[in-house]
Structures are given as structure tokens and as C-alpha cells.
Ligand binder design. Structure first.
Ligand code: M6R
Length: 602
């Protein structure tokens, strides 16, 4: 949700800034802009639209300079427009600011500044920052003091970078509740919203904590929230740059769908042996016997993985599990305490609502466990424990390989809890074996690409699409439906199969496509009956199931596995069909409209 990048060093800043922005574009792509300090003056180029558009504009400018900041925006306050694009500056061009986050008290600050004679050019919350810097600089005659006063006034979340002719070759960086990393190499010093933006320059990073400020010039000086100098250790990140390329695929989403078997294999690697063991995470029998319930919290696709986690834990461990959408969790006064194990799932590890929910659970005394795909992401610094999925960088906005890896790790966690509480059993050994064998079965499902493409060709013009299932199949239905709407813009709904006749069946017309998911023998007959009911009302049925045929229905056959594991296989055809429908419609699958990969604002 907005990406920021900054560079100060020996080289030209612009190429580094635009390259960094391109890797951050998945965080938002409503507008983009840069500010470079040239001959003690700040030059800003910005516009509505994508980074390619900004690059075109930059071709006609002749900006040179070794220090600059840049931004790619996901609009929160104010429409996507040139005026609302970052960087924002004060009238005297003393400060240029890029910002990721939300200044919650910006209206109050705006009134204060208007009262002091300042005027605003944009509708953004961000513009208060350069204006406050200007205001306090005039009073304090000291940039650092002005920054300190400005930060004290801001409520909400921010990762900001500031350049100023008053500072010369120095970038100011500050963060609270929004991510910011700093890297260094022989050419200079970089700052960005995330590691991938900088990984081609360095693999050593400094992570700012909330309240930290940094001064970047020839060296990096860190300060805490009281502006006292502090020392920080860098961390080495061993990421493969190749993993952030498309590797010949047309889109990241397609690449990431195809990478799922490998992602699951890497995620489970070293975890499942005779015993299940996680790196840097363990719970003992006394604790696990003492807990009364588990609460899983996440957003979007990660929440759907959480629902399948609930299914697995309740089935195998008989511990009650609640799953909450993170944005609701904080406001529902959740009943959690020291006897609740709270699990937070987030691919990016940066989702603001999930992190805020984690902090609340921690304050209420619960043990907190984060499941994330991004090493050293913000969530890992807040949770008591972290388990990583090792799916590799997920770039496409629509989550695919992270989801199947999350479900896989949740099943491994379920088996871990079960074995500690109840000891080994044939049932858990069998499930372990099935889990390890899954990547091979995923390959089988992936091989049917052309079949999925044909379905997409039949469906891409529809207005609505429905997905139904029971039990874990309903969880899969929800994920299938989310994938379709986010990248194809086709309205779709997922329902528990038995619920249709309580209302939604009224939406079924001649020719409406309905996906039925039936992977659980216990409820399969019931789901098939519900599909018959919609067929009787003219619907076209596509059944995703582990059987060869069903009367008068198209079937997408997947291999038979324990229903606990079924999401990992059954979701693949649904991901593909959503993908190919979006392609048929000529849409940008990797960067769908209105969305961003990391939702770092609440
Ligand atoms: O990074 P996170 O897993 O916390 O993200 C949560 C959701 O924003 C994310 O899963 C979103 O729903 C995806 N676009 C779905 O494909």
C-alpha cells in the first residue's frame, strides 16, 4: 500500500529510484513521482498512472543529482491525480516528502496550518508533513528539531523519507506502524518500503523500529523516538534475485501458480520427520493442555487459509477454533486471554489490521504466533513466535502460492499440536505422508492447464459466478470466488451449498455458471443434491471433485486426498480459471484495479 524508495550516494539517483519503484509497484499503482536534489534545488516530477508513465515524463526532463526520493501510490485520501501524487512539498520548496501510511489527525493539523497561513494543493493527508516541517523549521531553525516536532504531531502510521536543500546530501527517514528498510553498498545508501526493492543492490539491511529516525548521507545515523543516537546491527538476507523475475512467464500470477509444488515443498522442508519440528518455535504439552481455544486472525486469502486451519485443528485436535477477519477482530472485543493461542497469518507480514490485532491479543495475555512468508517483516517483530512459509517472493496481487503454503503449514501445525497432546497415531502418520506427497499431486493438477483455459473461454463473458461447497469445500469456494472477482472484475459469491435455498438461489438463471466443490465423501452426496437444485433452475454446473463423472455436470477431476488437504489441490483449477478469464478479458492480472499487494493501512 504505497511504496517509497530513496537513494543517496555517488551515482545518479534517478535510475536507482525508478528501478526501486518498479519492484514496489505491486504495493500501489494509482500514481508515481520522484524528487531529486539538483544544485541545491528540489525537482519534482509526478503524475497519475503507472511508473511506465512516470518514466516517459522523465525522458523529457534533464534532472541530475545523487540524492532523491520516490513514491508509488495507492490512494487513500484524495483521488488518483497529479496533485495528490507524492512527493509533496511546502511552498518554499524546503522539504519534499514521500509517505506510506495514514495520518489520522490530518484534518486537525490541516486546520492548524491553514490558521497559520498555509495553503494546501492536494486532498492528501500527507501534505501536512512538509508544511509542518516548514512551520517548525521557521520556529526552531533546525531541521532535526523540526522533524522531531512534526513527528510528535502525527497520529496514525507513517514511513517517510524527506529531502531538503537545507540538509544537502542527506535523506531523513522515519517510521511508525509502516515498514521501512535501509540498505547500504559501495555506491551509497538506500531506503525502501521492502527488501525486494533493494535486493539487487545489497543483501544487508537495517530494520527501523517504530519511532526510529535515520539520517542517511555518507553513513547512517540512527536515533530513537527521543532523538538519542542508537546503534543498529544489520541483517543479511539470502534472497535469490531470480525469484523476483517472471522467468519467461507472461505474468507473475501464472508463474506463482506454477511454483506451488516447489513452494509447498520448501515450506515443509525440514519440518516433517518422525516428529514435527519447527525452527525457533515450540510449545510444550503443559501449555497445549492448558489452552481452552485457538483464535486465528488474518485478511483475505490468508483468512481463507485460516478457515482451513480451523477445519484441520478442530477435526484432529478437538480444540475450538475461531477465525476472525483482522479488521473486525479489534472492534469485536474478542474473548481471549492467557489460555488462548492466537495465530496471525499474513503473506506480507505487513498487513496493518493483522498486526494491530496481534498487538491487541498480546496485550490481553495470549501467546501469539505469526505465520508469514516475508523474512523480518513487521509482524515477526511483534509476535512471540514466527513460522515462515518458504513460498518465495509473491509479487502478483492475487495470492496463490502463499495460500497453498499457508494451508500446508497449518496442517503441519495441527499435526504438531496433536502429536504433543495425544502422541503418535496411525492417523497422523498417514496424514503426514499425504502432506509430503502433495507437491507431486499438485503437479498432476497443474498439468491440466488447457482444460482450465477452455472453461475460461466458456465463462469470461458472464456477469455473475457462484461457488458452493460444504465444510472445507466451502472454504475453498470462498477462495475461488475471491480470486475470480479480484482479477476478472466479475461479480461472484461463495455459499455453503445447503444455504442456497435460503435466498441466494433466487439469483440463479438459465446459463448461470456454478462451481461445486466436493472433495469430502462425508458431504459429497449432499453437495451434489444442492447442485441438482441449481441445475433444475437452469445453471451450468462445473464440479471440482475427486471422481470421474457425475450426471449432466462438467467435472474437473483432482486426485483424492484427505479433505483436510483438499484445498491445496482443489484451489488450483479455480486459480487457473480466474487467471484465464482475466486474460480473455484483456486485463492486467498482476495489478488489478483498486488493489495493492500489501495493505499497510487500516
Ligand atoms: O499479506 P497478507 O497475507 O496479510 O494479505 C492479506 C490480503 O490482503 C490478501 O490475501 C488479499 O486478499 C489478496 N489480494 C488475495 O488474493
Amino acid at each position: 500500500m504505497c511504496g517509497i524508495v530513496g537513494y543517496v550516494g555517488k551515482d545518479e539517483a534517478l535510475p536507482k529510484l525508478t528501478k526501486g519503484l518498479k519492484t514496489l509497484e505491486y504495493r500501489g499503482y494509482d500514481s508515481a513521482g520522484v524528487a531529486v536534489l539538483q544544485n541545491k534545488e528540489i525537482y519534482v516530477v509526478k503524475d497519475k498512472g503507472r511508473i511506465a508513465n512516470l518514466e516517459e515524463l522523465l525522458k523529457h526532463e534533464h534532472i541530475k543529482g545523487n540524492i532523491g526520493i520516490a513514491h508509488t501510490r495507492w490512494a487513500t485520501h484524495g483521488v488518483p491525480s497529479k496533485e495528490n501524487a507524492h512527493p509533496h512539498m511546502d511552498d518554499e520548496k524546503r522539504f519534499a516528502v514521500v509517505h506510506n501510511g495514514i495520518i489520522e489527525n490530518y484534518l486537525e493539523l490541516k486546520d492548524f496550518l491553514i490558521d497559520k497561513g498555509y495553503t494546501f494543493k492536494s486532498q492528501t493527508d500527507t501534505e501536512v508533513i512538509p508544511l509542518l516541517l516548514n512551520y517548525y523549521y521557521k520556529k526552531e531553525k533546525d531541521v532535526l528539531k523540526a522533524l522531531g516536532k512534526t513527528l510528535q504531531d502525527l497520529k496514525g502510521s507513517y514511513a517517510i523519507l524527506v529531502i531538503s536543500p537545507l540538509l544537502g546530501k542527506t535523506i531523513l527517514a522515519a517510521k511508525k506502524n509502516s515498514p521501512l528498510v535501509i540498505g547500504k553498498n559501495e555506491s551509497g545508501i538506500f531506503a525502501a518500503s521492502d527488501i525486494p526493492a533493494l535486493i539487487s543492490y545489497t543483501n544487508e539491511f537495517y530494520f527501523l523500529e517504530d519511532g526510529d529516525v535515520a539520517l542517511l548521507n555518507d553513513t547512517i545515523t540512527f536515533y530513537n523516538d527521543e532523538f538519542k543516537p542508537i546503534k543498529k546491527k544489520s541483517k543479511k538476507i539470502d534472497w535469490d534475485m531470480e525469484a523476483t523475475n517472471k522467468n519467461g512467464y507472461e505474468d507473475y500470477m501464472l508463474k506463482e501458480i506454477m511454483e506451488q509444488p516447489e513452494a509447498l515443498k520448501n515450506t515443509l522442508n525440514g519440518i516433517i520427520g518422525k516428529k514435527i519440528e519447527f525452527l525457533n518455535f515450540s510449545l510444550d504439552k503443559d501449555y497445549l493442555d492448558s489452552i481452552t481455544n485457538i483464535h486465528i486472525v488474518a485478511c483475505g486469502t490468508a483468512m481463507h487459509a485460516g478457515l482451513s486451519g480451523k477445519y484441520a485443528i478442530e477435526k484432529l485436535c478437538r480444540i475450538p477454533v475461531t477465525v476472525s477477519v483482522a479488521s473486525e477482530f479489534r472492534y469485536q472485543d474478542p474473548i481471549i486471554n492467557a489460555k488462548t493461542l492466537c495465530i496471525f497469518i499474513s503473506q506480507s507480514g505487513e498487513t496493518a489490521d493483522t498486526i494491530a490485532a496481534l498487538k491487541l491479543a498480546r496485550d490481553k495475555g495470549a501467546v501469539t504466533l505469526a505465520i508469514t512468508n516475508v523474512f523480518e517483516s513487521s509482524i515477526t517483530r511483534e509476535a512471540k513466535y514466527t513460522i515462515y512459509t518458504h513460498a518465495g517472493p509473491e509479487i502478483a496481487v492475487a495470492s496463490t502460492k502463499a495460500y497453498t503454503s499457508q494451508v500446508g503449514i497449518l496442517v503441519a501445525l495441527t499435526l504438531y499440536i496433536k502429536e504433543i497432546r495425544d502422541g503418535h497415531s496411525k492417523e497422523s502418520d498417514k496424514l503426514k505422508e499425504e502432506l509430503i506427497n502433495l507437491p507431486k499431486l499438485m503437479d498432476v493438477v497443474l498439468a491440466d492447464k488447457d482444460i482450465y483455459k477452455d472453461y475460461a473461454k466458456r465463462m469470461y463473458k458472464v456477469r455473475d459466478l457462484f461457488y458452493i461447497g460444504r465444510g472445507n469445500d466451502y472454504n475453498i469456494a470462498m477462495e475461488g470466488s475471491l480470486k475470480l472477482k479480484e482479477i476478472s472484475y466479475i461479480h461472484s459469491e461463495a455459499y455453503p451449498a445447503g444455504e442456497l435455498k435460503h435466498g441466494p438461489i433466487a439469483l440463479i438463471e438459465d446459463g448461470t455458471f456454478v462451481f461445486g466443490i466436493a472433495t469430502d465423501a462425508k458431504v459429497e452426496e449432499k453437495t451434489l443434491s444442492n447442485l441438482e437444485e441449481v441445475k433444475a433452475r437452469g445453471a451450468n454446473i462445473v464440479l471440482v471433485a475427486d471422481k470421474e463423472e457425475a450426471k449432466d455436470m462438467d467435472i474437473i477431476k483432482i486426485p483424492k486426498v484427505n479433505p483436510i488437504l483438499a484445498p491445496i489441490l482443489a484451489v488450483i483449477p479455480l486459480q487457473f480459471i480466474a487467471y484465464y478469464i482475466a486474460k480473455e478479458k484483456g486485463l492486467d492480472v498482476d495489478m488489478p484495479r483498486n488493489l495493492a499487494k500489501s495493505v499497510t493501512v487500516e
